[in-house]
Design a protein around this ligand. Structure first.
Ligand SMILES: Cc1cc2nc3c(=O)[nH]c(=O)nc-3n(C[C@H](O)[C@H](O)[C@H](O)COP(=O)(O)OP(=O)(O)OC[C@H]3O[C@@H](n4cnc5c(N)ncnc54)[C@H](O)[C@@H]3O)c2cc1C
Length: 454
C-alpha cells in the first residue's frame, strides 16, 4: 500500500481530533484524519437505528460550552434548548434496597442518613451538590495546582471531613458512582474539578436557558465538522503504531496504510492509546499514567414499553436504582416531553462491569429482570431494543478516564506532554473544562504545541 505524506496526521475523529484538524487547516497545514470506525464522533454516538435518535454518549451541551456551541454554529447544526425537558428528567423515584421511595417521601424516610439540613436532597444528586457548595478550588483549572495536592485523597475522606456518615457516603456516592467503583476509588480533586466546572457553567448560563442538545443527534456536530476537513477523514483506519525518526513520524494502520507527517496529533482515549505501539516509547511517569489510569465502565440498555405500566404502579416512569437497572430513564418525545417514547437503563461502575461480562442478550435480560423485580407492573412489558457498552467498546475502553487517589499528583502534570513529533489531546487531558467542551479545550492545547514546533 502507498505511503502518504502530510504536514499533520490526526489519529481519531472524535470531537477533539476533528477540532484539532480544522484548527490546523485554518493555520494553513495539510492534515489527514484517520478514524478506526465507520463513523465519526467516538464517544458522541447518536444511535439512529433505534427508530429515533437515542444518545449513547455525549448529549448535554452546557449553556457555557462556548467551543461546542461555536462549532455547531459554524457548521450549521441546529441546537435545541433542553431547559423545558429537564423538569421531566427530575421526575424520578428512588429504588433502594428493594423498595421504591417517592421523592416526596425521601426527606423523612428512615434510610435517609443525610445531615438534617440536607435531607431533602436526593441521593443521586447529593454528592454533586456538595462538590459545588463546599468547593475550595478558586476556578476549575486549579485542581492540578500543588497547593491543592492535599485533596488528592479518596473522595470518601473528603465526604467524611464534611461530617457525612458512612451510610450517607454510600447513599450519596455509591448509588451514582460517576468515577471508579466507590468513593474510596476516586480522588476528591477530580470530583471538585467537576463541581467547579459545573459551577462555572451555571454562572455562564443565561437566566432562561441551562443547556442544549443538537437536533437529530449530537453526532451531527462531528459529522458536519468532518465534512469540513479539506484533507479528508479516512474511516475504517485503525492506527496500530507510530514511529519517529529525527525528520518525520510515520503512522501505521492495521490495513497496511502508512502516512508520513511532520507532526501527529493523537486524539484517542487512554484505554486505546496504550495499545498503539509508540517508537520510541513514552518516558517514565507519562508511560505509567497512560498504562494505569482507569476508565469508567458504563453500559446502556434500550427498551421499548408495550404498555404504560408506570400508570398502573403509580411511580414515576424513571427510577434511580441501586440494582442492575442502574438509572432507568424514560426517553421523552422532544416536541411533547410529557410523552414517554422508550426507556434506557444507564448502568455505571461495578454494575456495568458485571453486565459487560454477559452476552448482550443476557445483559438485556438481566436489566429487564431487575426492573420487573422492582415494579411487577412492568412484567412482560419491556422489550429489548439494543445496548451499548462503553467498557467493551474497543475504540473507547470506557466512558471517561478517572483519577484514583494520588493519581492527580502522580500523573496530571506529564500525561499530556508532547513526545517529539507527537502531541496528545482528548477529554482525559482537559484541565479547565469537562466532557465535550474539555475535549475541544485539549485539542486547542495540542494545536498550539504543533504550531509552536512548525
Ligand atoms: C455515556 C456518556 C455520556 C456522556 N455525556 C456527556 C454529556 O452529556 N455532556 C458532555 O459534555 N460530555 C459527555 N460525555 C463525554 C463526551 O462525550 C466525551 O468527553 C467526548 O466526546 C470525548 O471526545 P474525544 O474526542 O476526547 O474522544 P472520543 O470521542 O473517544 O474520540 C476518539 C476517536 O478515536 C477513534 N479511535 C480509537 N482508536 C483508534 C485507533 N486505533 N485508530 C484510529 N482511531 C481510533 C475512536 O473511534 C473515536 O472516534 C459523555 C460520554 C459518555 C460515554
Amino acid at each position: 500500500m502507498a505511503t502518504l505524506e502530510r504536514d499533520v496526521v490526526v489519529v481519531g475523529a472524535g470531537i477533539a481530533g476533528l477540532h484539532a484538524a480544522l484548527t490546523l487547516e485554518a493555520a494553513g497545514l495539510r492534515v489527514l484524519v484517520l478514524e478506526a470506525q465507520q463513523r465519526v464522533g467516538g464517544r458522541i454516538h447518536s444511535m439512529r437505528q433505534l427508530g429515533h435518535t437515542a444518545e449513547a454518549g455525549g448529549t448535554y451541551i452546557g449553556a457555557g460550552y462556548s467551543r461546542v456551541i461555536g462549532a455547531a454554529e459554524r457548521h450549521g447544526v441546529e441546537l435545541m434548548d433542553v431547559t423545558p425537558i429537564l423538569e421531566f428528567f427530575r421526575e424520578q423515584d428512588l429504588a433502594y434496597r428493594g423498595e421504591i421511595i417517592r421523592q416526596s417521601d425521601w426527606p423523612t424516610h428512615p434510610a435517609n442518613d443525610f445531615p438534617a439540613a440536607d435531607r431533602e436532597h436526593m441521593p443521586w444528586n447529593y454528592h454533586r451538590v456538595l462538590t459545588m457548595r463546599a468547593n475550595p478550588l478558586e476556578d476549575p483549572g486549579a485542581w492540578t495546582l500543588p497547593q491543592h495536592a492535599a485533596l488528592d485523597v479518596p473522595a470518601h475522606d473528603w465526604f467524611r471531613s464534611l461530617g457525612l456518615s458512612e451510610r450517607a457516603i454510600e447513599l450519596a456516592y455509591g448509588l451514582n458512582v460517576s468515577f471508579g467503583r466507590n468513593a474510596r476509588d476516586v480522588s476528591a480533586l477530580l470530583l471538585l474539578f467537576r463541581g467547579a466546572f459545573s459551577k462555572s457553567q451555571r454562572a455562564a448560563a443565561p437566566k432562561d436557558s441551562l443547556g442544549y442538545t443538537a437536533r437529530h443527534g449530537v453526532q451531527r456536530i462531528c459529522e458536519a465538522m468532518a465534512a469540513a476537513v479539506q484533507g479528508g477523514v479516512e474511516l475504517g483506519h485503525v492506527v496500530t503504531g507510530i514511529a519517529q525518526t529525527p525528520d518525520r513520524a510515520t503512522v501505521h494502520c492495521a490495513n497496511g496504510l502508512r502516512v508520513n507527517a511532520k507532526h501527529v496529533v493523537v486524539a484517542v482515549p487512554l484505554g486505546v492509546l496504550r495499545r498503539i505501539a509508540l517508537d520510541p516509547a513514552l518516558p517514565g511517569a507519562q508511560a505509567e499514567g497512560v498504562a494505569n489510569l482507569p476508565s469508567q465502565p458504563m453500559t446502556q440498555v434500550y427498551m421499548a414499553a408495550k404498555s404504560r405500566f408506570w400508570e398502573q404502579d403509580g411511580y414515576a416512569p424513571s427510577l434511580f436504582t441501586d440494582t442492575q437497572a442502574g438509572m432507568l430513564a424514560a426517553a421523552r418525545n422532544r416536541e411533547r416531553p410529557s410523552e414517554v417514547t422508550s426507556f434506557a437503563a444507564w448502568v455505571i461502575g461495578d454494575q456495568a462491569a458485571a453486565l459487560d461480562r454477559l452476552s448482550p442478550a443476557d445483559a438485556g435480560r438481566a436489566v429487564i429482570a431487575a426492573v420487573e423485580k422492582l415494579r411487577p407492573a412492568a412484567k412482560g412489558q419491556l422489550e429489548l431494543l439494543g445496548m451499548h457498552s462503553w467498557g467493551n467498546d474497543p475504540y473507547a475502553g470506557g466512558a471517561w478516564a478517572y483519577f484514583r487517589p494520588g493519581d492527580v499528583t502522580r500523573y496530571a502534570a506529564t500525561l499530556g506532554d508532547a513526545h517529539g513529533r507527537l502531541k496528545f489531546c482528548g477529554e482525559h487531558l482537559a484541565v479547565m473544562s469537562r466532557g465535550m467542551e474539555g475535549a475541544m479545550e485539549s485539542a486547542e492545547e495540542a494545536v498550539s504545541a504543533v504550531l509552536a514546533d512548525t
